[in-house]
Ligand binder design. Structure first.
Ligand SMILES: Cc1cc2nc3c(=O)[nH]c(=O)nc-3n(C[C@H](O)[C@H](O)[C@H](O)COP(=O)(O)OP(=O)(O)OC[C@H]3O[C@@H](n4cnc5c(N)ncnc54)[C@H](O)[C@@H]3O)c2cc1C
Length: 389
């Protein structure tokens, strides 16, 4: 079997791995990327045409600088590859004043200096007549620099530009083992083995399989698309129905955005602030069937009540995977004690918008550069008591 030698190997070229590959290649590092599927495939976590791109991130005040770095990098990447990768039509967080979407977004915006606009109840009602059943207390936070982004084109562009910068890429190649010792790294595949100084493992829902001991739980979470009851209406076009998260009474929340050129109205459910979904033990065993009742009944009933202008039966749906960490934040940084293994995962359902910024951070952490932002809250070792590393 052929043995290749390089400085860094990136295992898994989804959102996080393709960004790391690009940012390492941009520094002139010798880097090889290995992906078991095609580049930009629909079997992991980074497919389905669009993702919300929020900047005043309710999940943690440390996140806005990472989203801002993604925006900067993807604007550059879009210009280089001749496409719009982030559509900045703004985004809205709605709910009672103390809810996570409202209070969390305001806290993150204040800490990171992100300009947001607070909307009182009447302004919210006037602005979003599509929301059928706003709570009496519901208010809004408008994040004007936010919007939506396009996962498959972003993943493909990151890999393509990395290759132009000299990265070598093996698609359709399963990594069967990552062996890390004080002397170096050996990445095994059925067709080639690679020896390197360092490795970034960014295998998404499969991270716990490649690097055992990390406290990660993959969950099956479908993506859903809907159409207005009145096909002639433009009230659910992106400009009028921008990206949003809406916390409703009873622990149910919605996230979604309106339609545009090449994409439909997209909606998903949250339960108690977490993207709804079914946990499973082994990412290779995720249920890829669509269940016309089990997958649809709950969201249809919720859509009928919340958005009366939409046909509550989705026009299409597609399974996707989120991978939860215990505290809902990503795992980005060194694992083990060799200084050679960096992991990237635990996306917890809100990672895509950060992928560009995380790629830059991963390159810095891998090479021992000073990180451009505080990364301690993402350190995988914060779960040391739960893990074997
Ligand atoms: C329904 C849904 C809605 C979401 N909405 C949003 C949103 O609106 N905004 C947002 O920011 N985020 C959102 N997310 C989260 C976001 O999509 C994820 O955070 C992001 O895609 C995670 O990227 P990743 O690189 O960790 O995983 P992936 O992109 O899945 O990458 C992992 C890669 O590793 C490869 N791999 C696995 N094992 C191996 C192996 N042994 N050898 C080689 N390759 C391997 C896989 O094939 C895959 O390509 C959503 C997720 C879902 C499922």
């Amino acid at each position: 079997m052929e043995t290749l030698r390089t400085d860094v190997v990136v295992v898994g070229l989804g959102a996080f791995g393709s960004a790391a590959l690009w940012r390492l290649a941009a520094r002139g590092v010798n880097v090889i990327g290995v992906e078991r599927q095609a580049i930009g495939h629909a079997l992991g976590s980074s497919h389905g045409i669009t993702r919300l791109f929020r900047i005043a991130c309710m999940e943690h005040p440390g996140l806005p600088p990472i989203a801002q770095k993604s925006l900067e990098l993807w604007t550059e990447l879009g210009a280089q590859t001749g496409q719009v990768l982030v559509e900045q039509t703004g985004s809205l967080n709605a709910g009672p004043p103390g809810s996570e979407p409202v209070a969390g977004a305001l806290a993150a915006a204040a800490q990171a200096g992100v300009p947001v606009v607070e909307l009182d109840h009447d302004e919210l009602v006037a602005r979003q007549p599509q929301y059928g059943a706003l709570g009496a207390d519901d208010v809004g936070v408008w994040d004007p620099g936010a919007g939506i982004c396009f996962p498959e084109p972003i993943v493909r562009a990151q890999v393509e530009v990395a290759q132009q910068l000299g990265a070598q890429v093996f698609a359709h190649t399963l990594v069967t083992a990552v062996e890390v010792s004080g002397d170096g790294v050996l990445v095994r595949t059925p067709t080639v083995e690679i020896r390197a100084e360092r490795v970034v493992v960014a295998t998404g829902a499969w991270l716990g399989k490649v690097v055992p001991g990390l406290p990660l739980v993959p969950r099956r979470t479908p993506l859903y698309w809907f159409e207005p009851k009145d096909p002639a209406s433009d009230e659910f076009a992106l400009e009028r129905f921008p990206a949003f998260i809406w916390q409703r009474a009873g622990g149910i929340g919605f996230w979604g955005h309106g339609s545009g050129d090449g994409y439909g109205v997209k909606l998903g459910l949250e339960h108690d602030g977490h993207v709804a979904g079914t946990p499973f033990a082994d990412a290779d065993e995720v249920d890829r069937y669509v269940h016309p009742r089990g997958d649809v009944d709950e969201i249809s009933a919720a859509v009928a009540e919340a958005f009366p202008g939409l046909d509550p039966i989705p026009v299409k749906l597609l399974p996707c995977i989120v991978t939860d960490s215990p505290d809902g934040q990503f795992l980005i940084g060194h694992a083990g004690d060799t200084g050679r293994l960096v992991v990237a995962g635990g996306d917890s359902g809100h990672g895509f918008k950060h992928a560009g910024g995380l790629g830059e951070l991963l390159a810095q952490l891998t090479l021992g550069e000073k990180p451009y932002c505080d990364a301690a809250f993402l350190d995988p070792k914060r779960f040391a008591a739960d893990s074997h590393h």
